[in-house]
Design a protein around this ligand. Structure first.
Ligand code: AMP
Length: 219
């Protein structure tokens, strides 16, 4: 059984979400992506979604306490023995510390943090071609990972959409926010000796096999 808690860190567009879905499917473990959970809350117009909307539309981070409560709700509901993947969370040092406090009460701890690295311009080109299934949240790319049937999700047959914040201006803002907040987060995991860096510019299959290898060493 997979018992580890793994966090995926990387700027928008490095393919974290794709890899998190592949791994979750492959190891049959839950994954939680705060971006997906927030978009879901926004779609359902919950109080959280309403509060998060302005931050998300402008590419800013949603306040730490909101995302911490969101994640706490999800992981507290899991069986204590179950490991899971966190995609796009934590994004700040204070979220990482908050996560550790939550995990402590659940007798868990973060075993591995994977940083996805990629050249900036390649990443931005990837993001502008990204498409999303509004139903299952799987991501595609019009050139690098197109759906089997034009513009339809392979799993739900729902029309794919472009995320509102995947336009170049907001992408650059989201990237700037990432670089400002992430260094202390990386240092936090580096000091704990659990940070691994993965070159995300390779093919989906190559990145996946690298991550799978790291996972297998962990369990
Ligand atoms: P993502 O899908 O991970 O690119 O996230 C989309 C947007 O959701 C971000 O630009 C933030 O506004 C918000 N968001 C997602 N995860 C977090 C987080 N861990 N902390 C704060 N805001 C977040």
């Amino acid at each position: 059984m997979f018992k580890s808690v793994v966090v995926f860190i990387g700027p928008p567009g490095v393919g974290k979400g794709t890899q998190a879905s592949l791994l979750a499917d492959s190891f049959s473990i839950p994954k939680f992506a705060t971006g997906d959970l927030l978009r879901e809350a926004l779609k359902n117009k919950t109080p959280l979604g309403v509060e998060a909307k302005n931050y998300m539309d402008s590419g800013k981070l949603v306040p730490d306490q909101l995302v911490l409560n969101l994640i706490k709700g999800k992981i507290s509901a899991l069986d204590k023995e179950t490991g899971f993947i966190l995609d796009g969370f934590p994004r700040t040092l204070s979220q990482a510390q908050g996560l550790d406090e939550i995990l402590l009460t659940l007798c868990h701890n973060v075993s591995l943090a994977i940083e996805f690295s990629m050249d900036e311009e390649e990443r931005i080109a990837r993001l502008t071609g990204r498409r999303l299934c509004p139903n299952c949240q799987r991501t595609y790319h019009i050139l690098f990972a197109p759906p089997k049937k034009d513009s339809l999700c392979d799993y739900c047959s729902v029309q794919l959409v472009q995320r509102a914040d995947d336009n170049e201006e907001v992408i650059r803002k989201r990237s700037a926010v990432y670089w400002e907040t992430t260094e202390p987060l990386l240092n936090y995991y580096r000091q704990k000796n659990i940070l691994k860096v993965v070159d995300a510019s390779s093919s989906i299959e190559n990145v996946f096999s690298r991550i799978k290898h790291i996972f297998q060493e962990l369990n």
